[in-house]
Design a protein around this ligand. Structure first.
Ligand SMILES: NC(=O)c1ccc[n+]([C@@H]2O[C@H](COP(=O)([O-])OP(=O)(O)OC[C@H]3O[C@@H](n4cnc5c(N)ncnc54)[C@H](O)[C@@H]3O)[C@@H](O)[C@H]2O)c1
Ligand SMILES: CC(C)[C@H](C(=O)O)[C@@H](O)C(=O)O
Ligand SMILES: [Mg+2]
Length: 347
């Protein structure tokens, strides 16, 4: 969607539910502070629209979103709506329709940030990125329920794994590993039990890995990976994994890197045939919504990832540096907007 000469950008903003609009407002504030020429269009998607109109994601909105350079999203999901209606009706259709197959989730412990892990562990380093497949796995909605509500009810949720889908995300992950100093890639799966999908992932990593002889590869079953994320995260550089394992391990990754309020993500379509979408890893946090208590840092770092994706790495680095400086000096409680103001001022 963008080219090297492009100097102004058209961003779609979806605040969504709960703390989503609160944190996205701070992301916009910081984007504005960079001086990059950005025009924004807000899209009202989420619980309020559903209550008002019964709509989740009209096709016309998807078509409009396609015309933007990128999307900044807060969070989708609200306790006033049956579980899954918005997640399956708004968020996942966006990721699928725009072919966001690379769900990029960095985990980095910034100086001054407290991790629940001991300093003995974190001193060895905590700076890795999870490349989560974003369009397949058990997320595709392949399943159903029989004899619902009876003692004989059966439910299936079948994970779909295609060679095409795995190969493209694995190749992307290898390229990211090659661009990092350590050049190390870990496949996380569960091929001892999920043998059909697991062996396809493993073979694909072996085959694509032959094109990247300078990248060292490792494998970890997902259950063991959770142990190492909590005891020895320094062993990870780039992790590639499927959609569901990636969802779960990136919440653990966020927790060990200082908390879910700091974890950013990008739903990337590397072909640039459709806009990529940047959002915090966290959800709508109904327990703290409306209180100005949410940490907007994840949304602000997601805006930094957006700038990088749009070919503005220097502006992205300025935002990240402002966040790092703010994190290094954090003491006591501050409101969502006070954190946004402080970071915007540093930018
Ligand atoms: N990408 C998304 O839009 C997304 C991601 C995760 C969950 N969800 C949805 O959000 C809703 C709530 O989900 P959940 O409670 O499982 O997860 P959650 O991430 O919303 O909240 C988990 C915990 O983390 C805290 N938290 C989250 N973000 C925070 C922030 N920025 N600052 C401080 N604390 C923060 C919450 O207060 C809560 O205690 C559900 O409907 C879920 O489906 C959406
Ligand atoms: C809300 C849900 C659909 C989503 C996911 O599972 O991908 C969320 O947990 C996330 O991590 O972005
Ligand atoms: Mg999640």
């Amino acid at each position: 969607m963008t080219d090297a000469q492009q100097t102004s950008f058209d961003i779609a903003v979806i605040g969504g539910d709960g703390i989503g609009p609160e944190v996205v407002a701070e992301g916009r504030k910081v984007l504005a502070a960079t001086g990059v020429s950005v025009s924004t269009t807000e899209y009202d998607l989420g619980a309020q629209r559903w209550h008002r109109t019964g709509e989740t994601l009209p096709d016309s909105v998807v078509e409009e979103l396609r015309g933007h350079d990128a999307i900044l999203l807060g969070a989708i999901g609200d306790p006033s709506v049956p579980s899954g209606v918005l997640e399956r009706g708004v968020l996942l259709p966006l990721r699928f329709a725009l072919d966001h197959h690379v769900n990029l989730r960095p985990a980095k412990l910034y100086p001054g940030v407290t991790s629940p892990l001991s300093s003995e562990v974190t001193d060895k380093g905590l700076d890795f990125v999870v490349v989560r497949e974003g369009t397949e796995g058990p997320y595709v909605g392949n399943g159903g329920a029989l004899r619902v509500g009876t003692p004989h009810e059966v439910a299936t949720e079948v994970s779909v794994n295609t060679r095409f889908g795995i190969e493209r995300v694995v190749r992307d992950a290898f390229a990211r590993a090659r661009a990092r100093p350590r050049r190390h890639l870990t496949l996380v799966h569960k091929h001892n039990v999920l043998t059909h999908a697991g062996h396809l992932w493993r073979r694909t990593v072996e085959e694509v890995g032959a094109e990247f002889p300078d990248v060292e590869t490792a494998y970890q079953h997902v259950d063991a990976a959770t142990i190492f994320l909590a005891t020895d995260p320094a062993r990870f550089d780039v992790i590639v994994t499927d959609n569901l394992f990636g969802d779960i391990i990136t919440d653990i990754a966020a927790a060990v890197a200082g908390g879910i309020g700091l974890a950013a993500s990008g739903n990337i379509n590397p072909s640039r045939e459709a806009p990529s979408m940047f959002e915090p890893v966290h959800g709508s946090a109904p327990d703290i919504a409306g209180q100005g208590a949410a940490d907007p840092t994840a949304a602000i770092l997601s805006a930094a990832m957006l700038l990088d994706h749009l070919g503005r790495p220097e502006d992205s680095a300025r935002v990240e540096a402002a966040v790092a400086a703010d994190l290094a000096e954090r003491t006591g409680e501050r409101s969502t907007s006070a954190i946004g103001d402080a970071i915007a001022a540093r930018v």
